[in-house]
Design a protein around this ligand. Structure first.
Ligand SMILES: [Zn+2]
Length: 64
């Protein structure tokens, strides 16, 4: 009762990069994409996230 419901967005990198166990939980898609960009550079050596990967990430974001 009286619980404030806040939708969170979750994305698992392994949905796009097989074998990666990193996942992100943020308030918005944009925050997820920012985290993914940072993670892609650190963990996967991607200096920039290509548009098709951004689309793939967006398609895999779930609301939790
Ligand atoms: Zn990853």
């Amino acid at each position: 009762m009286g619980r404030r419901w806040v939708d969170m967005k979750r994305f698992a990198c392994g949905d796009v990069v097989p074998g990666c166990s990193t996942s992100f939980t943020c308030r918005t898609d944009d925050e997820i994409l920012a985290e993914v960009a940072r993670h892609a550079a650190d963990a996967h050596g991607l200096e920039a996230v290509p548009d098709d990967v951004v689309e793939a990430v967006k398609a895999k974001i779930v609301t939790v």
